[in-house]
Design a protein around this ligand. Structure first.
Ligand SMILES: Nc1nc2c(ncn2[C@@H]2O[C@H](COP(=O)(O)OP(=O)(O)OP(=O)(O)O)[C@@H](O)[C@H]2O)c(=O)[nH]1
Ligand SMILES: [Zn+2]
Length: 348
């Protein structure tokens, strides 16, 4: 960790967070950011330095994520509450599809990593884009192993076809300039995270960015019964400003209750669907389907439509049982995701 405790601004604090505190809370409590979550306590960092804090009985550790902002009472070293999240990455819990499993909180940029190799897969990248949209985190697409591919431009074109307007770059993750290219999104107070398949180069990128040896997704812990669980996520400082949050290795990403985020990931389908005869058209054999017309006239890629439908069907299985309150919250964060963020044009 940094020798000098970081300021609140260094950690990403802003007026939006300060506005959540009552006068009493502002006078009595210290804000800090969660940098590690354990079973019954958390590690947090703020202007008071690194602290280990206890959780109140009504706040289980599972409701917190690395990146969260909390306020704590200095005399008891106990968390009083979690401040509302600006953004988050979550998925459906395995086994209980209605439960939301929080992965990281308050992330400003999600680097979606894939490679210029056979691993490259549009459907998978779209799934990650849905997670970013659902949680209100602007994505950046990073293609690694450009050095192993005769024509990385081809892959960038495929990305542009599925995610126009999303910043994308092809890199050699082992090249000395790679940190400089990512650092643009890691200004002071900015938080980034990586997501992608095993072996695509997330750890290589994270290590380059932080100057530390980081194995993204690889941290495994033994719990009290001797079982291995992937729990330990950490937040690491990026030299020159910014923070990186380690994400767990995610073999399976279950969607659910993310219909709006899925639609936002397929804007051309959403656009064409405005003219469908039925408002709940699934763009199959229904009469008066404007999306099918758009496919026929070459404006919508039939493969994209097929992948959209698969995601919506998978999502609907779970969405049926999601309580209305959670559905409303999710719709809110999707709206936030749609807010334009200043980005520079894509580069190769
Ligand atoms: N040539 C080349 N090799 C790369 C590149 N990115 C990653 N690698 C290599 O690919 C292998 C996997 O990279 P990692 O950084 O461990 O990938 P990861 O995504 O963290 O994968 P897990 O640790 O399995 O989750 C390593 O041997 C890297 O050196 C790249 O851009 N070019
Ligand atoms: Zn339709």
């Amino acid at each position: 960790m940094t020798a000098q405790p970081p300021s609140l601004i260094d950690m990403g604090w802003g007026d939006d967070l300060a506005a959540h505190l009552s006068t009493d809370e502002a006078a009595r409590l210290h804000p800090a950011r969660v940098i590690g979550v354990n079973r019954d306590r958390i590690d947090a960092l703020g202007p008071q330095g690194a602290v280990t804090l206890f959780l109140p009985p009504d706040l289980p550790a599972g409701e917190l994520a690395v990146g969260d902002w909390i306020v704590y009472a200095p005399e008891t070293q106990r968390v009083e509450r979690v401040l509302p999240r600006r953004s988050r990455i979550f998925r459906r819990a395995a086994g209980d599809g209605t439960r939301e499993q929080l992965i990281v909180a308050n992330v400003d940029t999600l680097f979606i990593v894939s490679s210029c190799t056979l691993e490259f897969n549009e459907a998978r990248i779209e799934r990650y884009l849905v997670l970013a949209n659902a949680g209100g985190v602007p994505p950046v697409l990073v293609l690694t192993k450009a050095d192993m591919c005769p024509d990385p431009r081809r892959y960038l074109d495929r990305l542009a076809a599925i995610a126009p307007g999303v910043p994308a770059m092809a890199v050699n993750a082992k090249a000395p300039d790679v940190a400089g290219r990512l650092r643009e999104w890691c200004g002071p107070g900015q938080t980034v995270a990586f997501i992608g398949m095993s072996g695509v180069g997330k750890s290589t990128l994270a290590s380059a960015l932080t100057g530390l040896r980081i194995e993204i997704g690889a941290v495994r812990e033994e719990d009290m019964r001797g079982r291995h669980t992937t729990t330990a996520r950490r937040m690491y400082p990026v030299p020159g400003g910014g923070w990186l949050i380690d994400t767990p290795g995610m073999r399976e990403i279950r969607l659910g209750g993310m219909a709006q985020a899925i639609d936002a990931t397929f804007p051309e389908i959403l656009q064409a669907a405005r003219n469908c005869h039925f408002s709940d058209c699934m763009h199959g054999p229904e009469p008066g389907c404007a999306v099918q017309e758009a496919v026929a006239s070459g404006q919508v890629d039939p493969a994209r439509l097929e992948r959209w439908r698969k995601l919506r069907e998978e999502d609907a299985e779970v969405a049926k049982s999601v309580p209305p309150r959670i559905r409303r919250e999710r719709a809110e964060s999707t709206k936030r995701a749609a807010r334009p963020t200043p980005r520079r044009p894509r580069s190769g």
